[in-house]
Design a protein around this ligand. Structure first.
Ligand code: SF4
Length: 83
């Protein structure tokens, strides 16, 4: 999947935003929590990024998002489901 990743460039916490979103897709599209967790581990942690639960909700990512995605809300949901 192509991602613009503007959010990642401004995040002071180095949250793996796009990787977390991709992982979450495995849960929302396929209902597969196990694969979602595995993908999150690979796309976020193994790529040196921090987990959704470490978001401090500063909002800088949303200010630069060209699609006006509610990133903080989605990360909160990700943190409470796939961790
Ligand atoms: S709201 Fe969270 S994900 Fe967005 S820039 Fe701030 S720390 Fe990073």
């Amino acid at each position: 999947m192509q991602t613009c990743n503007y959010c990642a460039k401004v995040c002071p916490m180095e949250i793996g935003i796009s990787g977390s979103f991709t992982a979450m897709n495995y849960l929302t599209l396929y209902g597969d929590l196990k694969v979602a967790k595995e993908q999150g581990s690979w796309l976020v942690g193994m790529h040196g990024r921090k987990k959704a639960s470490e978001c401090v909700k500063c909002g800088q990512c949303e200010e630069v998002c060209p699609q006006h995605i509610k990133i903080r809300d989605i990360l909160e949901k990700i943190a409470s489901t796939i961790g």
